[in-house]
Design a protein around this ligand. Structure first.
Ligand SMILES: NC(=O)c1ccc[n+]([C@@H]2O[C@H](COP(=O)([O-])OP(=O)(O)OC[C@H]3O[C@@H](n4cnc5c(N)ncnc54)[C@H](OP(=O)(O)O)[C@@H]3O)[C@@H](O)[C@H]2O)c1
Length: 329
């Protein structure tokens, strides 16, 4: 496993982190025993960065992580493992609408209470990194939630402060980086979603902001294991994500990536992670991991040789701007 500086924090994070959404819920049946084994396997392979959230099984993911870290400490494994978690806005539109007020959606008493719950679930006195789970550019000119988080940092409850981008407007966090409000940003950057390479990633590098890349597999399709007929468990959120003809369209595009990888000696999953890691602004990529096999496969990617410039260049053509009707479907 290779390590990279996490922004200006002084912490060196593993290139492969552990995405802990599926071990909380919303992805079909997930046995805690499998999650615990997967997490231990990843940590044994050098992973030292875990991403979770209040919303992942309403604290289930955080509690599993806390249990694993407690058990490892008891077994004498005391290497620092960095845990990033998230506080969502309180009830209302997701993502927040242009008319939502920051003081309401991230109201002080609510945030304080929510941070207290994160500390309890993770069994710590201080959170390594608290990320606001979503954002709107409406709040950029008066980012009151970050003033509150800086206060919580002074009180010793928070180590670093960050934000997870709203999917429809990831560039809305650029002003926050330039304004010095965030130590870390979590962003979607993958073979389909390459827009962050336009500006966001470079600004992060300039400002010394740590970059956590989420959804590197586009929820699994970029591993190349789906077909247009793949069925998800009824309680797997991917029934919505890939609703209608989306699965077929995504699979067709993923197959074009497979063709471009011919002769590279990389599986699609390896290429998906290596592509992300090829950007120098990226601190860690956090593939979702549900079992030991995925922990082994994903952690192993760090040690593979870097992707060649020629292959990287070729893969740029898979950038897919999904949101614009003028481009057709
Ligand atoms: N708004 C936010 O802040 C936000 C949103 C989304 C995610 N996240 C964070 O980012 C992390 C990563 O995103 P994600 O988990 O949604 O999606 P992802 O990383 O794109 O996909 C993860 C899924 O792919 C499958 N998989 C993993 N490794 C594989 C391998 N080597 N070969 C084949 N299949 C593999 C697993 O599901 P199956 O085995 O069931 O296919 C796994 O749950 C999350 O866990 C979470 O920590 C944050």
């Amino acid at each position: 496993m290779n390590f990279r500086p996490f922004g200006k924090s002084g912490f060196n994070c593993s290139e492969i982190g552990f995405g802990a959404w599926a071990i909380g819920g919303s992805w079909g049946t997930q046995a805690d025993a499998d999650s615990i084994a997967a997490l231990n396997q990843a940590l044994d392979l050098g992973c030292n960065f875990i991403d979770t959230a209040a919303g992942y099984g309403n604290g289930r993911s955080e509690k599993i992580i806390a249990q694993v870290l407690r058990d490892r400490r008891a077994a004498g494994k005391t290497d620092k493992v960095f845990v990033a978690t998230k506080t969502p806005p309180n009830a209302g539109a997701w993502p927040p609408s242009p008319y939502c007020r920051a003081e309401v959606r991230y109201e002080e008493n609510y945030v304080r209470e929510n941070v207290g719950e994160r500390l309890r679930n993770l069994g710590v006195q201080q959170l390594d990194l608290l990320q606001l789970h979503t954002w709107t550019r409406t709040w950029n000119r008066n980012p009151t939630p970050f003033k509150l988080l800086r206060q919580l940092q002074r009180e010793g409850k928070l180590g670093l402060i960050g934000v997870s981008t709203p999917e429809h407007d990831q560039n809305s966090v650029i002003d926050l980086m330039r304004g010095g409000w965030v130590d870390a940003v979590q962003v979607i950057y993958n073979l389909f979603e390459q827009e962050p390479a336009a500006e966001l990633l470079d600004v992060a590098k300039e400002c010394g902001v740590g970059i956590i890349v989420r959804v590197a597999f586009d929820e699994g399709v970029l591993t190349g294991k789906f077909t247009k007929d793949t069925k998800f468990a009824t309680d797997d959120f991917r029934n919505n994500y890939f609703a209608g003809d989306r699965l077929e369209r995504a699979v067709n595009r993923a197959e074009k990536i497979r063709a471009d990888l011919a002769g590279s000696n990389l599986t699609m999953a390896q290429a998906a992670l290596k592509f992300v890691l090829s950007h120098p602004a990226v601190s860690t990529v956090i593939p979702g991991i549900r079992n030991v096999a995925q922990a082994v496969a994903n952690c192993g990617v760090s040690d593979l040789p870097a992707m060649s410039p020629a292959l990287l260049e070729k893969l740029h053509r898979h950038n897919w701007q999904r949101a614009f009707w003028y481009g057709g479907k």
